[in-house]
Design a protein around this ligand. Sequence first.
Ligand code: HXC
Length: 259
Amino acid sequence: MAYQNIEVRTEAGKVGVVTLNRPKQLNALSNDLMDELGVALKAFDADDAIGCIILTGSEKAFAAGADIGAMASYSFADVYKGDYITRNWETIRSIRKPVIAAVSGFALGGGCELAMTCDFIIAADNARFGQPEIKLGIIPGAGGTQRLPRAVGKSKAMDMTLTARMMDAAEAERAGLVSRVVALDKLMDEALGAALTICDYSRISVLAAKESINRSFETGLSDGVMFERRLFHATFATEDQKEGMDAFVNKRKPQFRHR
Ligand code: HXC
């Protein structure tokens, strides 16, 4: 597929990289862009050579939100009947391989929500996060009121959502919104390093770990721990568990074959 709003490439034959590419609109997330992103993510997820995916933007903006120009004229009937957001923003939730958000510049509104929907966020030191929808007479609509408090707690989530103030990279790291902050010129190296590390582990363990952590957001502790326990038990049915433990015992590097 020829993409108009994103760029897609593969690094080292095993990391899929999707770059949001609407620079004049600071990567505002139009319907067309979100359609393309869904297609690209699904293609990488289905490609056996790919072990991890990176989603990134430009130095100035990961994404400055949903496309305000397009939204301005939407009516209730348009968004409700057209299933706005639900129709094409949820695809990323069905991706089973890890998706790392490499964020520089603005991650605002839907841009912040998109980053939070990824599995973890690595931020450049110029990153700025915010949910400024209140300034437009709306509220976050792609999970911001749900994922932000889970990431940073109620007080900061309320503060950011009700006042529309932005959080810089240092505060985002302190608050737990991002996993690491690096210099802007090191952002892609850092994200790629993390992705390649993940690619070298057993794909089965990687998928199971992601699935189990995501389950923690959907369930109570006892059920969540039991879900984890059953997946943990299941890993003992894999060749990769034998390989990983044999390699440790024999002081060699494991060669996981993802089975
Ligand atoms: C459409 C956008 C845009 C957006 C920026 N642009 N954000 N276009 N949708 N979300 C466009 C501007 O109109 C402008 O176009 C160009 O990008 C550059 O932006 P400037 O404002 O000139 O840049 P700057 O002064 O550096 O300010 C950067 C900024 C500001 C602080 C990020 O652009 C801004 O506040 N943007 C809106 C952020 C926002 O409110 N996001 C939430 C959207 S609502 P021209 O043609 O003038 O050069 C949302 C709802 C989510 O996301 C609901 C579920 C998805």
